[in-house]
Ligand binder design. Structure first.
Ligand code: PEP
Length: 255
């Protein structure tokens, strides 16, 4: 039985003070939740304050991106060592907005994932097809490429410990959510891919979570599917009550 993993991706929202205020409201709402791994991903600026605000809880703090380089002349970049030093535990890698807007490639995702694992951080590796790719029946090909190249060279143990986020690009921030059947079919396909490349033990342990317009009203039916192990939530995670409701819907007891 995989522990559900639910992460909030705040994107470019919330000042440092707003992030701390959020933690103050959110923590009591999930205080009794011990059966879901919960992660908050604020902007880089808010990471130290949020790590401090959540230090005595089970909540992890994730960066939304990272450099694969350890240090050097990389203007505007942030290293894994810097993240680790302020208490960051996970990192989102290859989000579709970074693939589309910042030229993130599968090779870059692979380099960042390997570096994150070496630095002791858990990668949350994002994959997903565009609407055109879905409508032209290329969804599985795209995912095989993104998962195959993104995780190339990792050991079965490393894959078992990371998180894959299936985020259909057409469902991110659009209000258009994948149906539970659509999500389940893709998650099953990703797990089969993991099984054939890394073995059954690794594929059975790896959390494959869904992202794309998850809300309190649709979370339960998505999470009820056997291969959906949690959620990566954008818009609906900005409000602590709404995100807490999604966490609650992901609990094994309510699935
Ligand atoms: C995301 O950005 O990862 C995401 C899933 O956004 P939203 O929930 O707003 O669709």
């Amino acid at each position: 039985m995989r522990t559900p993993f639910v992460a909030a991706n705040w994107k470019m929202h919330k000042t440092v003070q707003e992030a701390v205020d959020y933690a103050r409201s959110f923590l009591p709402l999930v205080e009794t939740v011990s059966d879901v791994d919960i992660v908050l991903a604020p902007s880089f600026l808010a990471l130290p304050a949020l790590a401090e605000a959540t230090a005595h809880s089970r909540i992890g703090v994730a960066a939304q991106n990272v450099s694969a380089e350890p240090h050097g002349a990389f203007t505007g970049e942030v290293s894994l060592g810097m993240l680790h030093a302020v208490g960051v535990t996970q990192v989102i890698i290859g989000h579709s907005e970074r693939r589309q807007l910042s030229g993130e490639t599968d090779a870059g995702v692979n380099a960042k994932s390997r570096a994150a694992i070496d630095a002791g951080l858990t990668p949350i590796v994002c994959v997903g097809e565009t609407l055109d790719e879905r409508e032209t029946d290329r969804t599985f090909d795209v995912l095989d490429r993104q998962v195959g190249k993104g995780l190339a060279g990792l050991t079965p143990e490393q894959v078992a410990a990371l998180v894959v986020a299936y985020e259909p690009v057409w469902a991110i921030g659009t209000g258009r959510v994948a149906t539970p059947d659509q999500a389940d079919a893709v998650h099953r396909h990703i797990r089969e891919h993991l099984t054939s490349h890394f073995g059954d033990t690794s594929a059975s342990a790896c959390r494959v979570i869904y992202g794309g317009s998850v809300k309190p009203g649709n979370a339960a039916e998505l999470m009820a599917r056997a291969d959906v192990d949690g959620a990566l939530v954008g818009g609906a995670s900005l409000d602590p009550v709404s995100f807490a409701a999604i966490v609650t819907a992901s609990r094994p007891s309510t699935r």
